[in-house]
Design a protein around this ligand. Structure first.
Ligand SMILES: [Zn+2]
Length: 465
């Protein structure tokens, strides 16, 4: 197997750490760096040493203790920054100085107040200086995607001549479209003298939600390093998400026939560790590492999953380190999934008993979005112990979720749940128009059904299982 190797450059500790609410102390950075090492990334950008003493310290400590990956330190294109970065990297087994300088006219004019000629000169000098200290030098023309292409080619050619070994092409503001970004990489490969001697890298921001797509487009046009972060954290809308890049290549080698050394079974753990350290939770529907990424609630999905995971799963949860595909029990779950969960909790039911559990379950699930095992156990307990007056789901709700309003999604449950109910439902102040209410000693006749019976279809389907 001779697939091109893609270098995974993790910048969670630098670009990621710059994002609001994601700052980390030195200990936390060290912990995460060790996890990134286990994960198998090729490069860890450990910080921006001149930015603060804390950053310097973090880079230094990571360099001293994480020995396998390359450790990169960021520097603006000036002697002081480069020297400071090099100082922090002294103890590294494999140090890299990463120099950057903006090249777009808008940055040159308003931020740096430099002419293009001055910019070119400064980039060349900074890379030359870095190269005099360290063999491994990366250069990034900041805002490359909004830089005049001819000028960008000129700068890239100059820094290669000055000794850069990696040229990174940042879509700093997340403005590029995939085909456009890919085209830019192709143009650089066609026009820049010496480009074949260096590694071209992508660094894409997610302002339009295209960071991963842009990075992959860059790879398809010859980029061989991808800069990315765990959970896609980073400035503003974030950076390209490492886990998405890696798994896109792993799940679709037919389209992306590239190799990385990332041990994907450590992805989930890495994601969780970052969330725990920064206290910035992963969005539930985040690809690969969100808690719903492998959750299947809809009854028809759950049923398919139980028969054959390939029906709805393109990768296994285990392949990214999620212990098991969690079938979330919610109001769209069916009998089959409920029966399995009951079994996992140690209860096997006859059909009639299961029907009863299911009816109570649906009533409960309509009120609380996710039925936890503890709720289910209580419900099972009531069914098994055969209590009547408080055994209905409305009773359970009244105890556990006051103010309770029993929500009866279909007439049969209404008949079952409404009987014998004589408790705190009358305290209900729910104004949920989607709920069917029972109050006091109301029988089924007083159950109102103001909304379409959204369980009916699934109910029928599941009866056929
Ligand atoms: Zn960035």
């Amino acid at each position: 197997m001779d697939r091109p190797r893609i270098t995974i450059f993790d910048t969670t500790l630098r670009d990621g750490e710059q994002s609001p609410g994601c700052s980390m102390n030195v200990q936390e950075k060290l912990r995460l760096a060790q996890q990134l090492d286990r994960l198998g990334v090729d490069v860890i950008e450990a910080g921006f040493p001149i930015a603060s003493d804390g950053d310097f310290d973090a880079v230094q400590r990571i360099a001293a203790s994480v020995r396998r990956p390359i450790i990169a330190g960021l520097a603006r294109a000036c002697t002081g920054d480069v020297d400071r970065a090099w100082q922090a990297l002294q103890g590294a087994a494999r140090p890299r100085i990463h120099v950057f300088l903006a090249t777009s006219d808008i940055h040159l004019k308003y931020k740096l107040r430099l002419t293009r000629e001055q910019c070119l000169e400064q980039a060349r000098n900074a890379v030359r200086h870095a190269k005099s200290l360290c063999a491994d030098v990366e250069f990034s023309p900041e805002d490359a995607t909004r830089t005049d292409v001819a000028f960008l080619c000129q700068v890239v050619e100059a820094v290669i001549a000055a000794g850069a070994t990696t040229v990174n092409i940042p879509d700093t503001v997340g403005y590029s479209m995939p085909e456009e970004y890919g085209q830019l990489i192709r143009t650089l490969r066609e026009k820049v003298a010496g480009i074949e001697r260096v590694t071209i890298s992508t660094h894409c921001h997610n302002d339009l939600g295209l960071a991963v797509a842009n990075s992959l487009a860059g790879v398809q046009q010859g980029a061989r390093q991808v800069e990315c972060t765990i959970n896609g954290i980073g400035e503003r809308a974030g950076n390209a998400s490492l886990e998405e890049i890696v798994m896109a290549m792993r799940v679709r080698p037919d389209r992306y026939p590239y190799e990385t050394t990332v041990a994907s079974e450590h992805l989930y753990q890495s994601s969780q560790m970052l969330a725990e350290i920064t206290r910035v939770p992963v969005q539930p529907n985040k690809a690969i590492t969100g808690r719903n990424a492998f959750a299947h609630e809809a009854g028809i999905h759950q049923d398919g999953m139980l028969k054959n995971p390939l029906t709805y799963e393109i990768m296994t949860p285990q392949s990214v380190g999620v212990p098991d595909s969690r079938l979330v029990l919610g109001k769209h779950s069916g009998r089959h999934a409920l029966a399995l969960r009951c079994e996992q909790l140690g209860h096997q039911f006859e059909r009639r008993e299961l029907d009863e559990v299911y009816r109570k379950f649906v009533v409960l699930a309509d009120r609380i979005k996710k039925v936890q095992d503890s709720h289910l156990l209580e419900l099972i307990h009531d069914v098994v112990s055969g209590t009547v007056s408080h055994s209905d789901a409305a009773g359970i709700q009244a105890r556990k979720f006051p103010p309770a309003t029993a929500t009866l999604p279909f007439p049969r449950a209404a008949a079952a749940g409404g009987n014998g109910n004589s408790n705190s439902n009358s305290n209900s102040n729910s104004n949920d128009s989607h709920s069917a209410h029972i109050s006091g000693s109301a029988g089924p006749a007083q159950v109102s059904m103001p909304f379409n019976d959204h369980h009916a279809e699934q109910e029928d389907y599941l009866w056929g299982v």
